[in-house]
Design a protein around this ligand. Structure first.
Ligand code: NI
Length: 388
């Protein structure tokens, strides 16, 4: 059975919500307007409970099925936050806030889950409880973790949990998923180098932190090539190098920052160990000092085998089996839904966004043509997980 007729009929209205969110992007936990809109809509749909303020600005809606005998509770999560990017789409519904934009499609994720919530409130054709979760701060603020720490999973009795992200470059109406690791652990590293500043014409009297920084960056490139098993995946990228103020002074200090990505706990341990050793060791080699901080941010998104199979089957029902890739290649991007999958079985799925600009690009826009697929996926998932 393809997308739900009733969802398809209302896709334009859901797209209007989406464009409204798009015009009003908010960052991290400051998603006050978005969260208020979401809570108002959930109430107007007739959700049995609407609870704002979970994980600071997260919103949860509870929808009970016609029957409640099964005792099953299924959670579905969307993210609400935008990015600090200057929008360059030129669209009529482009961001009204300079320097902020929905460049990851969270406006679409939120709207699709709202569309599904309305449908589920009207039909309630399931036996159990559906919980719709709208989280803040996916983009680097670990909003999923904040909601969990605020009692999300226990308070609502959530037994399994599902998430979805749009995927530029994959056709609209297509889904991709895989069992096991799907997205990388995303960690942050910072290296503060202290040398000896001095006159640029007297380098022998200084310890040049620019040179030390370069040596550390070069050495760090050997972690992936020499320390990680060639059959494992890892990324180490230095993305910031700050040093100096002018052309005739050797700077006393330098600062490096970057990201480390991995798909397994074992590789993550190797990255942390070697980055710290190399940062400190190479600095010492040059007579400088380095303080290395390695911060574990988002864990690996690990899909539960049984739930992945189930999610792929639902996507197949909605989009046709031929349009679901059950053996997707993992990506090295991070996603804080990983925190939820650490606590409950579930699955995260990618949904085609068509031939659009990439995620986090100033010309990116969520593809409204995908709305019927995403919203239908959520409805079917509830109906099949908890058949009436
Ligand atoms: Ni995103």
């Amino acid at each position: 059975m393809p997308v739900l007729n009733r969802i398809a009929d209302r896709a334009e209205e859901i797209a209007e919500w989406r464009r409204d969110f798009h015009q009003h992007p908010e960052l991290l936990y400051e998603v006050h307007r978005t969260a208020a809109e979401v809570a108002d809509k959930l109430k107007s749909f007739g959700c049995d409970e609407v609870v704002p303020g979970i994980g600071r600005t997260g919103v949860v809606g509870v929808i009970r099925g016609k029957k409640g005998a099964s005792g099953k509770v299924v959670g579905m999560r969307a993210d609400m936050d935008a990015l600090p990017i200057e929008e360059a789409t030129g669209l009529p519904y482009a961001s009204k806030t300079p320097g902020k934009m929905h460049a990851c499609g969270h406006d679409g994720h939120t709207s699709m889950l709202l569309g599904a919530a309305r449908h589920l409130c009207e039909t309630r054709n399931f036996d159990g409880t559906a919980v719709v979760i709208f989280q803040p701060a996916e983009e680097g603020g670990a909003g999923a973790k904040a909601m969990i720490e605020d009692g999300l999973l226990d308070r609502f009795g959530i037994q399994e949990v599902y998430g979805l992200h749009n995927y530029p470059g994959m056709g609209v109406g297509k889904f991709a998923i895989r069992s096991g690791p799907l997205m990388a652990a995303a960690d942050r590293l910072q290296i503060e180098i202290e040398g000896v500043g001095g006159h640029a014409a007297r380098p022998h009297k200084a310890v040049d932190t620019v040179l030390v920084g370069c040596a550390i960056i070069n050495a760090l490139q050997q972690v992936v090539s020499r320390n990680v098993d060639p059959l494992d995946s890892a990324v180490v990228s230095i993305t910031l190098f700050h040093a100096g103020t002018t052309d005739n002074v050797i700077p006393q200090t330098a600062l490096l920052r970057g990201t480390a990505r991995s798909l397994s706990p074992h590789v993550r341990d190797i990255l942390e160990k070697r980055i710290v050793e190399i940062g400190e060791g190479v600095a010492k080699l040059h007579g400088a000092k380095a303080k290395v901080s390695y911060t574990r941010d988002y864990p690996v998104v690990v899909n539960h085998p049984g739930k992945t199979e189930f999610a792929a089957r639902i996507a197949g029902e909605v989009a046709g089996e031929a349009n679901v890739n059950p053996a997707a290649v993992p990506v090295m991007g991070g996603e804080d839904f990983a925190f939820m999958l650490e606590k409950r079985p579930g699955a995260f799925i990618f949904m085609g966004n068509g031939d659009t600009a990439n995620l986090h690009h100033p010309a990116y826009d969520f593809n409204d043509k995908a709305i019927p697929f995403g919203a239908s996926y959520w409805v079917r998932l509830v109906e099949r997980a908890m058949p009436a």
